[in-house]
Each structure stands twice: as structure tokens, then as C-alpha cells.
Ligand binder design. Structure first.
Ligand code: IMP
Length: 477
């Protein structure tokens, strides 16, 4: 018994950080804030579909597969077996980081059991998943093939470790998979040899990072290591809990961290949730609090000759004051998007904009077991003073056919029928210029805490790396 207690004391722990809305909540900024308190930041889901943007002294950097703590020297970075790895894109990302003077040798570890995103996955994503509005990185097809394992005598799912241990056999199988897919999609223009060459070149680059031992994190934690799991995508995009089918293809909720991150859940300490004060969503699917509803969804999705129609450059020419003060919710959303710069990091798509939805947030807090909450982009809330209502809207209830409901419907058709019940609070007349947050934002935070039953640990007060107002934990909170 004594021995057990001693080993429990010596062990470290794992915290989990997840997004609570539709992704792009600013998780990377919070990880950047917290990273020094951890020895390792670990990814457990997703792949190059993530677009974690960090403001650094060297400018804005967009990470895709490398964990967000890359700018914290000495912090280890782990990519768990629950991720899908695009080796060629990873090579590009490592080169980008090297160009910034960041060397991840000895810090980055890739789980050998993580599935590879193969070129045929990207082809399938491009030709078959259009209606979902995916990021076109082959993520869904890679996860689907991981579950499928084989198609006849073809191994459709291959892993990072396979590529390193037996590159020639893997490259031959990757070629067969690609050719089989292209035979079904003759309209696709794809240079098979070039795709294979990119993957072949990636083998030598990623080899030093591949970690064959599934107990890598376990050993780290057992020797006192502190781990932070970094969620990619977010709760409303979870493959089961989200607005199916308009979701990503992995589990994004906190509990998944321990499966995809290769660690026993007994080391869990706390869960941190991140939400954004002005909500956004990329891609299609229900979004109860969206400004302009379906009109906004169609507008944001529009492409002309395969190019995004309503880019930031297009919208920058609009009269933002007129948009914001419009009677028409579609225009208010567009004004807020322009002012908050909500455009996809990778895809450049305009993000759909919505009111802060406390019904959805409370459910996400409970589903993930969130212990503390960070809310980003609160500095933008003062723009609500320029709307017709001159008020901060909060969605505090849902209605279906005039009847209150306290859940998110499962079926898309029912979900799209839901209308928000909106509570309005006084808007701050200007952005907080100092660390001191104004009375209106304090009141807003208080209402959020009470409604979602979770402590707000900090709020984002500007784009700069350190623009975060932290709130002391009191005895009651
Ligand atoms: P996929 O993950 O590329 O298959 O895309 C599925 C859905 O998830 C699409 O609606 C994407 O726009 C969305 N999605 C995927 N990754 C992210 C992300 O990092 N932020 C926001 N949305 C995402």
C-alpha cells in the first residue's frame, strides 16, 4: 500500500485543453500562455486540417501538425497515435519552422502507430466530401481507411512506423492505393510519380522523430512529467457529438485525449476549455446563433471557378460601419467578421459568424468536464456598441416551433429549425486599452460563469501574444 502511494506522488499528470465550439477558438494562444507549466504538449486527434495560428516576435505563424508549444524551447512535442500524419506536409512545416530558427530535433516525437494520410486520401476528400466543406487534407478518408484496414488484398491504412521500417513496401502500397482510386476517378489530374517522390523524400526527414514506444508518454508521466493534451478541431465538430455529417472525422472531446494520446486516463488532472466571444464556423452545417442564417452559410461557401468568392480582400471594400448598424442580421455578421478578421487560415474561406451561444457552451462544458474556461477575442465585444441594439447578445435558450427545448437536436432538419432565445447585456463603449477590463465585460463574464456553471480563468484582450486578462481563482469559484 505504502509503495503505491509513493509512486502516485512521484507521477506527473495530464491536463486536456479542448475547443468548445466549432474550432478556431484561439486554442493555440491559450496553449502558448500555459505551455511553460508543462514538459510536453501532445496532439491526440486530427492532422493537417488544424490551423493553429500563433502571434510571435517573428510574425504570425500557422501550425498544422506540430503542437502549438513549438516556440517554448525545451518543451517536448508529441503527436499521438490518434492523429493522422501527412508526412510530406509535415516536412514543409518543419522547413517553415527551421526558416524561423526553430529546430525540433530531440523535442518532437511522432507516434509510430499514427496513421499516414496517403495521396489517395486527399484525392477522395477532394472529389467526394464537397458537401461537408472539408479542409481537403484527406483527413476523413484516412480515418475511414484506418477503420477499414484492408480492401481486398490492399492495405488501405498504413502507419508512420510502417513507412519508416519498410519504406519500399509502403511506397508500393501507397502507389497501388492511389492508382486504384484514380481508376475510379479518371477526371482527377494527379501525377502519381510526383506524389510518390514527395513521400519518399519525407522518409529520411521524419525518421529521427518517429517514436516506436507506445509507452512514451506513460514513462514521461511516471517520472513526474507534466503533459498538456492539445485538442484540434472542437466539440461541435466531434465525429459523434457534433453536427453530423458536417463534422471532422475524429473524436475531439476531452476523453478522447487519452485514447489518441497514448496515455492511461488515470493520469488526468483537469480539463481546460476554450471558447470565442464572437463565434465562428467554417464549412457547412447547423449553427443556431448564426447571423443571417442560411443566407450567410451559402454566401460563405460560395466559390467562383473553384476560388473562394468572398475573401477578406473582397469584404475589406465594404462599408463596415453600415454593415454593423444594419437592421439585417446578415450584414451585422459580415461587419463583425471584417472587424474580427474571421477568415480560414488555410482555406481563406470567410467564417460564418454567430452570437455567443451559452446553451451550446454549457453543454460542451458538461460533456468535456471542463474545469476552467478561457474566452478569446473579448476585446472585440465593444463593436456591439455600434450595432442597432447597442447591446451584447447572449443566446440563453433554444426554441423549436415556439416551444423551449434544453438540448441540441440530433437530426439536421430539427437542428436547423431551432431558433435562439437572446438575452442582451450593456455593451462596452470602447475596447479596454489597459489590462483593466471594464464593468460591462465583468458583468458579461459573471453571467457566462453562472449560466454555463464554470469558472472563467481568463479572457483574450487583443491579438498580441500576452493580451490576456487572467482572473484570480477565489474561494467560491
Ligand atoms: P475535415 O476535418 O477537413 O474533414 O473537415 C470537416 C469539417 O471540419 C469542415 O467543416 C471543416 O471546415 C471543419 N474543420 C476541420 N478542421 C478545422 C479547424 O481546425 N477549425 C475549424 N474547422 C475545422
Amino acid at each position: 500500500m505504502k509503495k503505491q502511494n509513493e509512486s502516485a506522488q512521484a507521477a506527473g499528470f495530464a491536463d486536456v485543453l479542448v475547443g468548445l465550439q466549432y474550432g478556431d477558438e484561439g486554442k493555440a494562444k491559450i496553449i502558448d500562455l500555459l505551455a511553460d507549466g508543462y514538459d510536453c504538449i501532445a496532439r491526440f486527434n486530427g492532422g493537417a486540417n488544424a490551423g493553429h495560428t500563433i502571434e510571435t516576435s517573428r510574425g504570425r505563424v500557422a501550425l498544422k501538425q506540430v503542437p502549438s508549444a513549438v516556440f517554448h524551447d525545451g518543451t517536448r512535442l508529441y503527436v499521438g497515435s490518434g492523429c493522422v500524419v501527412d508526412a510530406a506536409k509535415l516536412v514543409d512545416e518543419l522547413a517553415m519552422l527551421a526558416g524561423l530558427g526553430i529546430d525540433v530535433h530531440g523535442r518532437l516525437s511522432l507516434a509510430a502507430r499514427a496513421a499516414l494520410v496517403q495521396p489517395h486520401h486527399v484525392v477522395i476528400d477532394k472529389v467526394r466530401f464537397g458537401l461537408i466543406g472539408t479542409t481537403k487534407n484527406g483527413i476523413g478518408a484516412a480515418y475511414a481507411d484506418r477503420a477499414l484496414r484492408m480492401d481486398g488484398d490492399r492495405l488501405v491504412s498504413l502507419r508512420v512506423g510502417d513507412l519508416i521500417e519498410d519504406p519500399e513496401a509502403v511506397l508500393a502500397m501507397v502507389r497501388r492505393n492511389l492508382e486504384a482510386t484514380l481508376a475510379l476517378h479518371r477526371e482527377v489530374d494527379c501525377d502519381v510519380d510526383a506524389e510518390l517522390a514527395k513521400l519518399r523524400a519525407a522518409v529520411a526527414v521524419i525518421r529521427p522523430y518517429v517514436e516506436p514506444d507506445a509507452l512514451y508518454l506513460t514513462n514521461l508521466v511516471r517520472s513526474g512529467g507534466r503533459v498538456l493534451f492539445e485538442g484540434a478541431q472542437s466539440t461541435a465538430l466531434d465525429v459523434a457529438q457534433g453536427t453530423v455529417p458536417f463534422v471532422t472525422s475524429s473524436h475531439t472531446v476531452a476523453a478522447a485525449a487519452f485514447v489518441g494520446g497514448d496515455l492511461s486516463a488515470k493520469y488526468h488532472r483537469k480539463t481546460i476549455g476554450v471558447a470565442k466571444a464572437i463565434m465562428s464556423r467554417v464549412g457547412s452545417g447547423p449553427f443556431v446563433s448564426e447571423y443571417g442564417g442560411e443566407r450567410s452559410e451559402v454566401y460563405c461557401d460560395k466559390t467562383v471557378d473553384g476560388q473562394v468568392a468572398h475573401t477578406s480582400a473582397y469584404e475589406a471594400k465594404l462599408d463596415v460601419a453600415a454593415e454593423l448598424s444594419s437592421d439585417d442580421a446578415f450584414h451585422v455578421g459580415r461587419g463583425l467578421r471584417i472587424l474580427s478578421g474571421e477568415y480560414g487560415t488555410g482555406t481563406k474561406r470567410p467564417r460564418r459568424i454567430g452570437m455567443f451561444d451559452l446553451v451550446q457552451l454549457r453543454r460542451a462544458v458538461l460533456l468535456n468536464g471542463v474545469d476552467e474556461l478561457y474566452i478569446t477575442k473579448c476585446d472585440l465585444l465593444h463593436h456591439y456598441a455600434s450595432t442597432k441594439d447597442n447591446a451584447l447578445p447572449l443566446v440563453t435558450g433554444y426554441q423549436d416551433g415556439g416551444q423551449p427545448i434544453d438540448y441540441e437536436p440530433t437530426a439536421e432538419v430539427s437542428h436547423r429549425r431551432v431558433s435562439p432565445v437572446v438575452t442582451r447585456l450593456p455593451a462596452p463603449s470602447h475596447a479596454s486599452e489597459s489590462a483593466e477590463v471594464g464593468v460591462e465585460i465583468r458583468k458579461w463574464v459573471e453571467v457566462v460563469e453562472q449560466t454555463v456553471e464554470c469558472r472563467v480563468a481568463g479572457i483574450g484582450t487583443g491579438p498580441a501574444r500576452d493580451a490576456i486578462q487572467l482572473f484570480e481563482q477565489t474561494a467560491e469559484s
